[in-house]
Ligand binder design. Sequence first.
Ligand code: ATP
Length: 510
Amino acid sequence: MDFKSLVSHSKEYGFVFQSSEIYDGLSAAYDYGPNGVELKNNIKQYWWKSMVQMHANITGLDASIFMHPKTWKASGHVDAFNDPMIDNKDSKKRYRADVLIEGYCEKIENKIKKDVDKARKRFGDEFNEAEFRSTNGRILDRQAKIDDILSKMNNALRDADMEGLKTIIEDLEIACPDSGSKNWTDVRQFNLMFSTQLGSIAGEEGKLYLRPETAQGIFVNFLNVQKTTRQKLPFGIAQIGKAFRNEIVARQFIFRMREFEQMEMQFFVKPGTQKEYFDYWKETRMKWHTNLGTPADKLRWHDHDNLAHYADAATDIEFDFPFGFRELEGIHSRTDFDLNAHQELSGKKLQYFDPALNESYVPYVVETSLGCDRMFLSQMANALQEETVPDADGKDSIRTVLKLNPVIAPVKVAVLPLVKNKEELTKAASDVFDKLKTSFNCQYDEKDAIGKRYRRQDAIGTPYCVTIDFDTLEDGTVTIRDRDSLKQERVNIDDLKAKVFAGTDMGNLM
Ligand code: ATP
């Protein structure tokens, strides 16, 4: 389904609302509704279980959002957490310079894709895309142009060369997407951290930042955790929490927000072994996504050419969002940069005593950093489908169905009395509901015809619908309908719990 339909479905079915909607909303802030919060919590739980519960050497942490301001000096965020911004003088719209340039390249890439599609149609089954891309003159020229632009841009970003970025925009004659104007200001650095003021202390001294990443709470607690858990290297610390970035342009729904949630894990290793663990976490994280049912062809690697100041290797897992492949999760080999910097600025030792070597050293860190909201969006985008299925009379009808993995579906079972005005039925249905609600998030629904109720559950991704009818009163059995196969099966009420558990147990994915 297209992106617009996804956004309106998210609102209509209580997944995501615009923040402060009655005041016309606040840009790039969103609220998770009744179904959204369940889905989000399930995603977090899947992550937490596979990280913390499944790894004896990973433990959790919940650090505060506010940290001592020196934290952000040490981490480099005060001096270097900037994006290059540019304003259009006519439309007064603000953009990220690198995003404008990448957008230009994407248009060329789309032209390449069109040529590839045309050729595929022409050559049919014999078409070899890789060969076509590597031999067709026009495609080679276009690809060379993209490579050249991106390489110039990456060099300018690496050298913080703001003039260089502006020259690229001018040379390519990039126009403001809003107004078409090419009347640009200079490119300036824009720090992405939000700041606020501590209670009674005025001025710079009381300046606090809202954390732009959760990782630093883990670094400063590294020894607290190690000492209290008596972990030996390698070991990890996992955390889920809010992060804040004053993004220059925040759009594409919950993909880029100013307040979002991260699921991060910092894995502390002996210096020299970081490559081995970088590879381990790359493989493990990709498997986590595919185990949930995200198709492998919707995920791809993107290695960073432009390494951040703290990294010796970095890659992203990108997902094919409705607006193209974009970063979903980052896996970074962060060296000993952060611990060293905190050690230096705080004057406190942040070293691990290695009993095998009988010496102390600062460990290296490999981190995995996943945006909870982007994960949510990827699952919604993957799952939302329109399908032709037979209706109650056997005629073709179109249903909208959210084919979420049952493990993360907001509601696991809907309990539906066949009709609402028969007290014996509604009583029996309430009893079934009470039996199941201690184990699963369930919904009771007696309004409208049964077909309509099935469709409502399909639209929010409920894997099972249990219908209570007159036979139930006779023999204690109910009908259980499977969301995907639409198969209906008669089962005993006493077997329901085991059946739903078998289909929705998170352990199935581990
Ligand atoms: P991008 O290049 O898209 O700005 P990033 O490289 O700055 O992302 P990281 O600093 O690696 O992102 O953050 C780790 C993860 O946090 C990202 O992979 C993404 O899933 C999530 N994330 C980062 N910024 C945002 C945001 N503004 N809104 C929602 N999620 C975000």
